[in-house]
Design a protein around this ligand. Sequence first.
Ligand SMILES: Nc1nc2c(ncn2[C@@H]2O[C@H](COP(=O)(O)OP(=O)(O)OP(=O)(O)O)[C@@H](O)[C@H]2O)c(=O)[nH]1
Ligand SMILES: [Mg+2]
Length: 162
Amino acid sequence: MLCGNRKLAMTSSTPGKTQVVNHFLINRSWYLVDLPGYGYAKMSKTGRQKLAKIIRNYINLSPDLATLFVLIDSRHDIGKIDMDFLMELGENRIPFSIIFTKGDKSGTNVRNEQIEKDKNQILQYWEELPPVFVSSSVTGMGRDEILGYIESVLNQINNEQN
Ligand SMILES: Nc1nc2c(ncn2[C@@H]2O[C@H](COP(=O)(O)OP(=O)(O)OP(=O)(O)O)[C@@H](O)[C@H]2O)c(=O)[nH]1
Ligand SMILES: [Mg+2]
């Protein structure tokens, strides 16, 4: 959705499709990287551990990581597995923001109420909220905001380096 290219990141109807780290070079300048998900309960324990290791290795061994987007379904509460992951990012000082996905799947009021609930859950453990976005791959909701945010993060990094 971000790149306007359906063929870029592979998707599937059930989670667990993405099993490797996929790098997409954008504008010959920066990488958009698609990681596997961490939260799929129906996968075997060894399967989940394998994905967790891929995610952990990538995040902790990528000094050039500009920022990480944590994708959470906008229809759901924040689960323990999500909260544990956010805590781990905090402990490792990984800059992150949250994208509430599939924003097209519920009406505005229901969606906003659920997202408020999710934010409050996060605020039980964190003093401040990270940047938060709402997206839809169907309607393009959130696209401009997310691309604008990426631009600002990259500009900041470039300014620090010059
Ligand atoms: N309606 C709607 N469907 C979506 C949206 N985003 C993803 N989906 C659908 O949700 C399913 C899973 O999407 P993926 O992108 O494969 O999910 P993922 O989190 O990358 O899953 P893994 O990589 O397998 O862990 C697919 O059928 C997508 O079409 C959205 O914003 N709106
Ligand atoms: Mg995927």
